[in-house]
Design a protein around this ligand. Structure first.
Ligand code: EPU
Length: 428
């Protein structure tokens, strides 16, 4: 029962360095299976989701050697297993990338079905549609999904929904398939491009990542490589929000400003000043925050993973904002927790109507998921007084050293290992 204890009300000042992108890392790690050789991955974020991926790779027979906190060498030469142990794949929702990678290399994979998550249902029909187009058959038995192909062949696939996971999984399965694959209506997030670049560095022939159509010419063999993962756009956006809600002045370093544009443009509209440098942005807020409307959409639209963080920012803005969730069916659950802080937010389905308040009140909360948890941390930093956030394992899945990074900006935040005294009774 670890928790964060945060005494808020202080503007954050200073510099923070952004880690490697979680959603690139959790795809690139399984993709090392395709190398059948040694890969050195740099700029890996030190987060529990990466730990879970490395544990799975080791359990499958890969040799994993930690070079330093952010660099790992993975030798997948001797992997023979094609089944990911159930309890391991359940630790991480993105374990479905092991299906594409194992299928691509061995023509078969057995992985547990990704459960529904706290953002709403999480189907993988589009992943399976691509695998089937390449010649694979799937079946589900006892909660495990089994995908097999005697031979994978390239094919044209038009996705019915723009899906990050299906786009990446299709790329993983197609890189060594016979012939040419054309993927249409694909996701265009920066981490899609990063995974494609990684695959190409391992010898694949993937073109068009970052556009609506990806073309893959199957290659016979791939090989190991050294690759550095892009910075995390959402972690960067989270610290940008931290600066904005506390009226601070923060230099957010090790970012690709172009990846932040959908976030930057909305924050500027809300009255935040953002200065761009080659690989950093300075975020300052002096005047009031102003209300605005946001709809989350696939890249280059406003990212859904920033939605809870922006909602917290707009909860402090002058006037009425409307935030519409365009990706997930149920991504406003955290608003109930946030209401403990005195926010004025009405949610109807996928729409939240936010009446800005003058200040947030400190409160005990529990993190309902990764980004909502981060949003609660930022809200607590803005509130005068002491807030507590429980169930922080959600946050630590995706934010490296969040306590140390915030402390470095002058925040008063502590991680308590085992809370003493009375346990808060909260409805789950
Ligand atoms: N969808 C389908 N069928 C599919 C796949 C997706 O209907 O086969 C639907 C989903 O239900 C959803 C939409 O398509 O409504 C988009 O889902 P997508 O597949 O793009 O999401 P994902 O790949 O499962 C990744 C990130 C999420 C992020 C979304 C959207 C990873 C590990 N996760 O999920 O990140 O919200 O893309 O950008 O990359 C997070 O980091 O906090 C997080 C939840």
């Amino acid at each position: 029962m670890e928790k964060f204890v945060i005494r808020g009300g202080k503007p954050l000042m200073g510099e923070v360095t952004i880690s490697g992108a979680k959603n690139a890392a959790v795809a690139i790690l399984p993709a090392t299976i395709l190398a059948g050789g040694k890969c050195v991955l740099e700029n890996l974020p030190s987060i529990s989701d990466v730990g879970a991926c490395l544990d799975i790779l080791s359990a499958m027979g890969a040799q994993v050697r930690t070079i330093n906190k952010h660099t790992v060498e993975i030798d997948t030469t001797h992997i023979t297993k094609t089944m990911v142990p159930d309890e391991m794949s359940r630790q991480m929702r993105a374990s479905y990338y092991f299906i594409g990678a194992l299928l691509g290399r061995f023509g078969k994979a057995t992985v547990s079905m990704p459960g529904g998550c706290n953002l709403g249902p999480r189907p993988i029909d589009q992943h399976l549609k691509a695998f089937a187009a390449f010649g694979a058959k799937d079946s589900v038995d006892n909660g495990m999904i089994d995908v097999q192909a005697s031979e994978l062949h390239g094919e044209e696939v038009f996705f019915d929904t723009v899906s990050v996971g299906a786009t990446i999984n299709a790329m993983l399965a197609a890189v060594m398939a016979k012939g040419t694959t054309i993927l249409e209506n694909v996701a265009k997030e920066p981490h899609i491009v990063d995974v494609a670049n990684f695959l190409n560095t391992m010898g694949a022939d993937v073109r068009g990542a970052g556009t609506d159509v990806i073309k893959i010419r199957g290659v016979e063999k791939m090989h190991g490589c050294t690759y550095s993962i892009i910075p995390d756009q959402i972690e960067a956006g989270s610290y940008m929000v931290a600066a904005a809600v506390t009226g601070g002045n923060v230099l957010v370093k090790n970012v690709i400003p172009k990846h932040l544009e959908p976030i930057t443009s909305k924050m500027e509209k809300a009255g935040v000043t953002i200065e761009e440098f080659d690989d950093a942005v300075r975020v300052t807020r002096q005047g009031d925050l102003e209300a605005l409307n946001i709809k989350t959409m696939p890249h280059p639209g406003f990212p859904t993973d920033m939605q809870p963080l922006m909602t917290v920012m707009l909860a402090l803005a002058n006037g009425t904002s409307i935030v519409t969730e365009g990706i997930w069916e149920n991504r406003f659950r955290y608003v109930d927790e946030l209401s403990r802080m005195g926010v004025n937010i009405q949610v109807a389905g996928r729409v939240a109507v936010i009446e800005g308040v003058q200040e947030l009140l400190p409160a005990p909360m529990r993190a309902t998921d990764l980004r909502a948890g981060a949003a609660m941390v930022m809200a607590a930093l803005a509130a005068n007084g002491v807030s507590e956030i429980r169930e922080i394992d959600h946050i630590e899945r995706g934010y490296e050293d969040i306590v140390e990074k915030l402390k470095g900006l002058g925040a008063d935040i502590k991680r308590i290992e085992k809370p003493e005294g009375a346990v808060l009774k909260q409805a789950h």
